[in-house]
Design a protein around this ligand. Structure first.
Ligand code: UD1
Length: 362
């Protein structure tokens, strides 16, 4: 084991744990894999629960840097990660997705002259001031290997002159979902707990800064919630809960009879909720494509998506427009099956093989 090359994974937020799960399993026995948790997400149901349910090895290091402004959070992570990477001296650092933890990990590693692999590279919303867009663009440009989940992502990288570093890997989230689909489908405990019938409710989530940090947009979200024609489960993200309280809109939301509010759900419960829902309404990038993969129609509460492929498979952009949302709910889009392999290979297999080659090149 000691002779295997060392890889450090930097993770911190929910969507990263989900990508780490299948990859950590595939790296086992081939690399010494050190998991560093920045602490960006720290509540048990947004972090620890994911590690347990998805059987991800516990983080080797937890930096416990959660909360605060973007600059302060990213800066503190950068300082702490530099120290960790200097001590560990890995052959390569892996970063995932588009959060502040991604950017801090990529920047700390690149500044130390370490190789960086970016999982879920090449995604673009083309909204330049969106925090995630800033994180993904910068991370892509300082990484040595860009693992793109889709051919659109490959094209985006090529357009920015990054073609040489690209690997079309497919999507680790789909790989995990494919493996767990039967468990997700048969998770009766969750359906019973909420006394829900398959196909008789909607699932809604919202946490994007552009949607919840602006009180006018928060009001538009509330109008959508009020007009929904069916029981709706809404796991409330801490960011959204905080904004609802500070804009004094929480009481108005709690008055909506058909809305069932709950704490953020763990991976399996969230996916069961999506699997059996009549439709999903969300501004999350991850849930958008998970719903499509599970063949549940999805209404995206944004004007753009980083996943244009999903628009042909049951995803519709409705923005924060209550009228458009209600019309789409009346005529739900047809769904279509999505494959998770690339030329017959699993994403984790493709990534491990590219990492092995890159590290051997020195
Ligand atoms: C972050 C990511 C986003 C991703 C999302 C998944 C960035 C810029 N954004 O957004 O891309 O889709 O995670 O959920 O990195 N909080 C808690 N408990 C927690 C975690 C957070 O109370 O376990 C609080 C924080 O203190 C903060 C707020 O929730 O006040 C928002 O958390 P933050 O990590 O800033 O961003 P997210 O909105 O979760």
């Amino acid at each position: 084991m000691k002779d295997h090359p060392k890889i450090v994974s930097v993770v911190g937020a929910r969507p990263q744990f989900v990508k780490l799960a299948p990859l950590a399993a595939a790296l086992k026995g081939k690399f010494r894999h050190i998991i560093v948790h920045t602490g960006q997400h720290y509540d048990d149901n947004m972090s620890g629960l994911f590690f347990r349910q998805l059987e991800i090895p516990a983080p080797d290091i937890n930096l416990k840097i959660g909360g605060g402004s973007h600059g302060r959070m990213t800066g503190r992570m950068l300082t702490a990660l530099e120290k960790v990477l200097q001590q560990e001296q890995p052959a390569l650092v892996l970063v995932y997705g588009d959060t502040n933890s991604t950017l801090a990990g990529a920047l700390a590693a690149a500044k130390l002259g370490l190789k960086v692999g970016h999982i879920e590279a090449g995604m673009r919303s083309f909204v330049a001031d969106m925090p995630e867009e800033i994180n993904r663009r910068l991370s892509d440009h300082i990484s040595s290997l860009l693992f793109c989940p889709t051919s659109t992502a490959v094209a985006n990288c090529r357009r920015e002159g990054l073609g040489r570093k690209v690997v079309l890997s497919g999507d680790l989230m789909y790989e995990l979902l494919h493996r767990l689909r039967p468990v997700i489908r048969d998770n009766q405990a969750w359906m019973k707990k909420w006394r829900l019938e398959s196909g008789q409710y909607f699932l809604m989530t919202a946490h994007r800064a552009a949607n919840v940090d602006d009180p006018d947009n928060l009001r538009r979200l509330l109008e959508i919630m009020e007009r929904l024609p069916m029981t709706t489960i809404l796991p409330l993200h801490p960011r959204t809960a905080a904004r609802l309280r500070s804009s004094r809109l929480m009481t108005r939301m709690k008055k909506i009879d058909h809305l069932k509010l709950c704490e953020p759900l763990g991976y399996l419960d969230m996916l069961t909720a999506a699997y059996h829902a009549r439709a999903v309404l969300t501004d999350s990038g991850g849930l958008q494509k998970e719903a499509v993969f599970l063949r549940t129609p999805v209404l995206t509460l944004r004007e753009e998506t980083e996943w244009p492929e999903t628009l042909k498979r049951g995803n519709r952009l409705v923005g924060l427009d209550a009228g458009r949302t209600m019309r789409t709910l009346n005529h739900l889009p047809a769904t279509k099956a999505t494959s998770f392999t690339v030329r017959g290979k699993r994403p984790s297999e493709i990534i491990v093989s590219a990492l092995t080659k890159e590290i051997a090149r020195g």
